[in-house]
Design a protein around this ligand. Structure first.
Ligand SMILES: *[C@@H]1O[C@H](CO)[C@@H](O)[C@H](O)[C@H]1NC(C)=O
Ligand SMILES: *[C@@H]1O[C@H](CO)[C@@H](O)[C@H](O)[C@H]1NC(C)=O
Ligand SMILES: *[C@@H]1O[C@H](CO)[C@@H](O)[C@H](O)[C@H]1NC(C)=O
Length: 474
């Protein structure tokens, strides 16, 4: 192993994805806005207890296309049968670490200084879960095929799994670890091949002794995966099988990936799964994240997407993220008085791994003031560092709160599902508006996964569009 490690020549550029865990961040579904004849009501009214998650697992029957769909589960939800008792405060801290890393990666004036910057910013704490998103799917790898539960992340490039013999170290996972010697279709990639050069130089190395291409992804101070860059047969379903799929055979892995065996990279980059399967799926995929961890959603590949989706163009924010343009927001049906230049200056990305949507402070201030005005009947309470607009619903059986909508370039308005407007920081005693402000108006906005719940979110990398269709999970 010393040999392997010493032969890994990586540059010091490191990027970091900060993961957070979402044990209870959800509400039950079914509180659609009450449509009264043709009048849209701009208020959600629902039972307070429905704002909290249950311990049972209900499998969704919805799939877009049986051949190319995977079931999506929350990494810490009852459907994974890994009940982790993580506090929401820790959960939100981890969300902020992910956002800090995205901001550092996208910051225009940060060149090679990112490594030093991140090292000082991240609390050097062991076991902090960093990186990659909180929803998992199960895919097949190898011949004969074995199933692996992997996190999926629109902000990650390389797909990797922990690999025997774990020359460095592996963390505990749900399934047996992938063993390349038990697969007839596994091949190392050589340093001289074009495939090796698809890896960014910061993530690429070469084993001096064997000329085997090495990869490295570092998500944070304690969280990383490194090992052999290899090809293998990837099985999405019996009819969707991809030979020579480039992936990371992780020999040295660390971090809390919540029993997941690794991750699936869905970014726009050339080594991501959508890019490698472009011939069959045309870089199209969609997912629906369920309203609560007690339910399942789906991740679908290929073009069979909802006909009702409204599309917004992908803007070139970075090769590792999907950029989109927010143009306005409304609360309870009233447009917020936010100068459009606030959004055009910051820009935005959509991310499957960030939970809480981040807005320019000027936009967040307008949102929270308008929301709070409509919530004046309810007692306010202190939140935490991230979420500052919070209510105590202890004395209520039902609550009403205003609808929140986000408009994107191209005329798409997304009415956030009732499950995505509030976040239970401390049960019904502390329910907070589930949006947060960036540090300043120049930082990029992030449309997070809490606000994407129940929508079918469609990524069309070939046409350069992201779409949203309501009622996507059911
Ligand atoms: C799960 O399904 C059962 C029966 O279909 C239903 O009664 C229950 O409300 C569902 N739970 C959730 C969280 O949707
Ligand atoms: C892949 O490369 C590693 C390091 O050189 C080597 O130990 C392993 O046997 C190789 N595997 C195959 C299938 O060639
Ligand atoms: C709930 O009601 C009790 C009894 O009326 C009262 O003492 C308490 O302050 C109320 N709590 C809140 C958060 O309003």
């Amino acid at each position: 192993m010393a040999n392997l490690i010493s032969s890994i020549k990586f540059t010091s550029f490191i990027y970091v994805f900060l993961l957070f865990l979402c044990p209870l961040c959800s509400l039950k579904k079914g509180y659609a806005v009450e449509a009264n004849e043709h009048i849209k009501k701009y208020v959600h009214t629902l039972e307070v207890n429905s704002l909290l998650a249950s311990d049972s697992c209900n499998q969704s029957s919805k799939v877009i296309d049986k051949a190319s769909s995977l079931q999506v589960q929350h990494k810490y939800g009852p459907c994974m049968q890994v009940l982790n008792d993580r506090s929401h405060v820790q959960f939100l801290l981890q969300d902020q670490l992910r956002v800090d890393s995205i901001q550092a990666k996208l910051s225009k004036n940060s060149g090679h200084g990112i490594f030093e910057e991140m090292v000082t910013k991240l609390p050097a704490r062991s076991g902090i879960a960093i990186g990659t998103g909180n929803y998992v799917v199960t895919v097949g790898l190898g011949t004969p095929k074995k199933d692996f539960t992997l996190e999926f992340d629109t902000g990650s490039d390389i797909t990797w799994t922990q690999c025997q013999p774990c020359l460095g170290s592996c963390y505990p996972q749900k399934e047996q670890k992938f063993d390349p010697t038990k697969s007839t279709s596994y091949n190392n990639v050589s340093c001289s091949s074009a495939s090796c050069n698809l890896l960014p130089t910061s993530q690429r190395g070469c084993s001096a002794s064997s000329s085997t291409c090495l990869y490295q992804v570092i998500y944070g101070d304690q969280s990383y995966s490194q090992g052999f860059f290899a090809t293998e047969t990837l099985t999405i379903s019996s009819s969707d099988v991809f030979t020579n799929f480039l992936f990371g055979c992780g020999q040295s892995n660390n971090g809390l990936f919540g029993q997941a065996a690794g991750l699936v990279g869905l970014s726009p980059s050339s080594v991501s799964l959508p890019s490698q399967t472009a011939e069959k799926y045309q870089k199209q995929f969609s997912y629906c994240l369920p309203s609560t961890p007690s339910l399942t959603g789906y991740l679908n590949f290929g073009g069979k997407v909802s006909q009702t989706a409204g599309f917004t163009p992908i803007s070139p924010a970075s090769s590792s993220f999907y950029g989109i343009d927010i143009v306005g927001m409304s609360v309870g049906g009233s447009q917020l008085p936010i100068d459009p230049s606030i959004f055009t200056t910051s820009g935005a990305i959509i991310d499957s791994g960030t939970v809480i949507t981040r807005l320019p402070p000027t936009a967040y201030k307008a949102l929270k003031e308008a929301f709070d005005e409509k919530m004046s009947n309810y007692p306010k309470t202190n939140g935490d560092e991230l979420l500052d607009t919070c209510y105590d619903f202890s004395n209520y059986t039902t609550v009403s709160f205003p609808m929140v909508s986000v408009s994107f370039k191209g005329g798409v308005e997304v009415d956030i599902d009732a499950s995505g407007i509030l976040y239970p920081v401390n049960g019904v005693k502390t329910m907070c508006l589930a949006f947060a402000a960036n540090k300043d108006d120049s930082e990029i906005g992030i449309f997070g996964n809490h606000q994407q719940k129940t929508y079918e979110v469609v990524y069309d990398g070939a046409k350069g569009m992201v779409g949203f269709a309501a009622g996507g999970c059911s």
